[in-house]
Design a protein around this ligand. Structure first.
Ligand code: WQD
Length: 343
């Protein structure tokens, strides 16, 4: 790739975007334009990324639903190598309460970045999808061939529609190719402890609730211990956010080397191992030395009993090997929680 070519990262100040920005900047030769509207993130994260990488990059604040603004703020770039599109709303319960906001934001922003690909002939595209596209599947582990099921939430539905939009666009434009990454349960934080997921809204996800509970700032309830699993609690495939971030870099290489066999390549990003809620709690207690107080509550509506990935295809095609264990994930999440406390 020409060094003067730019990669546009949307949602670059967000949880996975920020960790991916670090990986891109640490790899020489990538010039980055970071786009975000800070609807669920903070521009301060960029200062931390600069501190970690000692690299510079261009920053634009804009709402991707505004195509004119997107055009204007990218007009100065002579060549755009790729777009990595993270920007989206991501809360499952919020999407159930406010579905139109999710359809409006997630679909329109994707439509506009694809429109920019068309106008500027941007040939490579990476789309953030989710294991939620598999819905309530009983085929475990989940491979990329496991059928997509009716989504459990408007959020999941926007990811399904998004995947179809990318596929339809690739189908209509033979010069364009895309990688769709289906994240399982991204957790943890950068090992520096400088960046992680910002708790701008009250968390719904297990790991931030665990780290907050350890500090007495939240109360953990295990949602159900009567599932047909080894200890009765739900099983998920937790994956370290930095391992997820690295997959994006490999996806760029994959598209650049034209090793892809189809216009749209799909990959599951999970460790391949299921971890139960109680095992996750134990891992946290082990690495933090904190004893967690929690209660067992009823099942949470919409939860699937167990889901974990088969990641062989990502290993084989991308050369992606997730490195972090559940203990590493918990250790980094706990370190990040300490950083948040010291601010
Ligand atoms: C994990 C496990 C809960 C909180 C969601 C989205 C998914 C993806 C990842 C974006 C479950 C249990 C949780 C608590 C608990 N996001 N739990 N007590 O629901 O697997 O996945 O985030 O793409 O699409 O649906 O993640 O972290 O909420 O829950 O017992 O207070 O922890 O029941 O088994 P989930 P989660």
């Amino acid at each position: 790739m020409e060094t003067q070519e730019t990669i546009i990262v949307t949602g670059a100040a967000g949880y996975i975007g920020s960790h991916t920005l670090i990986e891109l900047l640490q790899e020489q030769g990538y010039k980055v334009l970071a786009i975000d509207n800070y609807s669920n993130s903070s521009a301060q994260t960029y200062q931390r990324i600069k501190q970690i990488t000692l690299a510079t990059f261009e920053i634009k604040e804009l709402d991707l639903c505004d195509y004119i603004a997107l055009q204007k703020e990218t007009n100065h770039l002579s060549t755009i190598h790729a777009i990595i599109h993270f920007a989206a709303y991501k809360s499952v319960p919020e999407s159930v309460k406010n579905p139109l906001a999710y359809y409006h934001n997630n679909i329109n922003s994707l439509n506009n970045v694809l429109r920019l690909c068309e106008e500027r002939q941007i040939k490579q595209f990476i789309f953030s999808s989710s294991c939620s596209v598999y819905g309530n599947t009983h085929q475990l582990p989940v491979t990329e061939q496991t059928p997509v099921q009716k989504a459990e939430s408007p959020y999941g539905h926007t990811k399904q529609i998004g995947e179809e939009m990318v596929a339809a666009f690739a189908n209509a434009n033979p010069w364009f190719s895309a990688v769709v990454l289906r994240y399982f349960n991204p957790v943890g934080a950068h090992h520096s402890g400088l960046i992680g997921e910002l708790p701008l809204n009250r968390p719904n996800n297990l790991v931030p609730i665990i780290t907050q509970t350890a500090l007495g700032k939240n109360q953990l309830t295990v949602f159900g211990n009567d599932y047909s699993t080894r200890d009765g609690s739900c099983i998920r495939d937790y994956i370290h956010v930095s391992d997820i971030a690295k997959a994006h870099l490999l996806a760029i290489h994959y598209l650049s080397k034209q090793r892809h066999k189809t216009a749209v390549s799909l990959f599951n990003l999970g460790t391949g191992h299921g971890v139960s809620v109680l095992e996750a709690i134990n891992a946290f207690e082990k690495v933090s030395g904190q004893k967690l107080t929690y209660t067992i509550g009823p099942r949470r509506l919409g939860d699937v009993e167990a889901i974990y990935a088969n990641n062989t295809w990502a290993q084989h095609e991308l050369g992606w090997v997730p490195k972090n264990t559940i203990e590493d994930m918990m250790r980094s999440a706990w370190k990040w929680q300490q950083t948040l406390e010291s601010e």
